[in-house]
Design a protein around this ligand. Structure first.
Ligand SMILES: Nc1nc2c(ncn2[C@@H]2O[C@H](COP(=O)(O)OP(=O)(O)OP(=O)(O)O)[C@@H](O)[C@H]2O)c(=O)[nH]1
Ligand SMILES: [Mg+2]
Length: 456
């Protein structure tokens, strides 16, 4: 396999461009047309804007963040020291040696232009219940890769924590540490034990939690061995010998991941973070602009009803109606400051037409049926009899009312699409996520995330 993988560079560059585009879009309030966002709206999206900035910063630093998780004393800190080949963080048999997060730089593949950060965390059982789940989720969300460390039989608490972390959709390696104390353990036995726990907890498909190739066994800090030496004069001395850590399987697994998919992983995680932030921004904006949006929808519904009713020429009234709908979508996206081009507005209208097809068909049908009657009333009488005018007004207002109602529905559906579809533009985060996921090879650590991330 060649060391340089251009496709990963392309993905990294595209993710970079996408995030820059999103940041420049969302930080400009000019895009909200004549209704600049209120202080409340600005405050509520501030965190999401910051999250977009952070994602870009991480991408630019090309740093893969690897977090360790596990119960107290399973050897998380020892594992980090072993990877760094240095005693950097404190370890020990006491309960809860590590009390806060520690971030350490690691440079396993300097020639690749990628670096890594190792995060040492307090034991999961140091914090209880919901707080534990929240802490773990927050750290995991900021990570690109998770090392879940166990030592010995996997407990129910560990199993639950594993499932919770899985739900953050981050790639994960299960590290079985202290293999020196459990020489009979191997990845297959660990896998079977997890299967049993899964059956007991009747979770979903087991494959979703961990696959055998995602398990490694190591001894980060093997137990010292007492060596008894007897000198020639018969004196006996006991000394301690410290065996070398057995960390190669993990180092190898990590190097392989970083080399084969490190940059794709960075790009993907930055895009997922961006997509979530953008969806949040869209959702909050739409929520906080509900009443202004309703006014716009009402206004366009009225325009359309009048335009359709007053236009005596069949087909032209239908076109007039479509133009009004397009203008409504543009006006709504402007109010929300959400990215949408005229081309996308056209696409959106087509999708809305497909999803609310019955309604639009009804509109077309009523347009043809009533429009013919309307035009017929004029043609037959040349507008010279009051009966013809009454007939015209009757059919015209019925047709106008149906068209106006159509605009109400389109307005509602457009809100939903604007909320969900703001990341689906040409360089949008969702578009690129889909593209990266379609390019990953089976048996990679990203591959298993495909189903979960594609379901958005
Ligand atoms: N036998 C054996 N002991 C180990 C191994 N790795 C770590 N230990 C020991 O396990 C104990 C806990 O190790 P730490 O690295 O401090 O564990 P931790 O998960 O960071 O613990 P907390 O910070 O307290 O949550 C220490 O006494 C280590 O010497 C190993 O591979 N084999
Ligand atoms: Mg520790």
């Amino acid at each position: 396999m060649s060391k340089k993988t251009p496709i990963q560079e392309v993905q990294l560059n595209q993710a970079n461009a996408s995030l820059q585009q999103a940041i420049s879009w969302y930080s400009s309030f000019r895009r909200h047309g004549n209704s600049p966002p209120s202080d409340r709206l600005q405050a509520s999206v501030k965190q999401d804007l910051q999250s977009l900035q952070n994602a870009l910063g991480k991408l630019e630093r090309k740093t893969i963040r690897i977090s360790t998780f596990g119960l107290v004393s399973c050897g998380k800190s020892s594992l980090i020291n072993a990877l760094l080949s240095e005693e950097v963080v404190a370890t020990g048999p006491l309960h809860g040696v590590t009390q806060s997060l520690t971030i350490l730089r690691w440079n396993p593949l300097p020639e690749e232009g990628l670096s890594a950060e190792l995060i040492d965390t307090p034991g999961l059982d140091e914090v209880s219940g919901e707080a534990r789940a929240t802490m773990a989720r927050e750290i995991a969300q900021k990570s690109d890769l998770i090392l879940f460390v166990v030592a010995g039989d996997i407990t129910r608490t560990e199993y639950q924590a594993l499932c919770e972390l899985r739900s953050t959709q981050k790639p994960m390696i299960l590290v079985f540490n202290k293999i020196d104390l459990f020489p009979d353990q191997d990845r297959q036995k660990i896998y079977q034990q997890l299967q049993k726990l899964n059956a007991a907890n009747s979770g979903g498909s087991f494959e979703d939690i961990i696959a055998p190739h995602e398990i490694v066994t190591v001894a980060a800090k093997p137990q010292p061995i007492q060596v008894r030496t007897e000198s020639a004069d018969g004196t006996v001395t006991n000394t301690w010998e410290y065996p070398e850590p057995q960390i190669e399987p993990l180092k190898e697994a990590l190097s392989q991941i970083l080399l084969q998919e490190g940059k794709s992983l960075l790009a993907l995680n930055a895009l997922v973070q961006a997509r979530d932030a953008e969806n949040n921004i869209a959702q909050k904006t739409i929520e906080l602009r509900q009443s202004e949006a309703q006014k716009i929808i009402n206004k366009y519904a009225r325009y359309k009803a009048i335009a359709v009713a007053l236009n005596p020429i069949i087909v032209l009234d239908l076109i007039g109606g479509l133009v009004t709908d397009l203008a409504l979508i543009r006006a709504l996206s402007k109010l929300y400051g959400l990215p949408i081009t005229t081309y996308e507005a056209g696409n959106l209208l087509r999708r809305i037409a497909a999803s609310s097809g019955g309604l639009l068909l009804g509109e077309v049908g009523s347009s043809l049926f009533l429009g013919v009657g309307k035009s017929g009333a004029i043609l037959s009488s040349g507008f010279d009899s009051s009966g013809a005018i009454t007939a015209y007004l009757g059919t015209a207002s019925a047709q106008g009312a149906i068209a106006g109602y159509g605009t109400f529905v389109i307005g509602r559906v457009a809100q939903v699409y604007l909320e969900q579809g703001c990341t689906w533009g040409e360089m949008g985060a969702s578009t690129l996520i889909k593209q990266i996921l379609s390019q990953v090879k089976p048996n990679t650590i990203i591959y298993r995330l495909k189903q979960e991330l594609m379901s958005y």
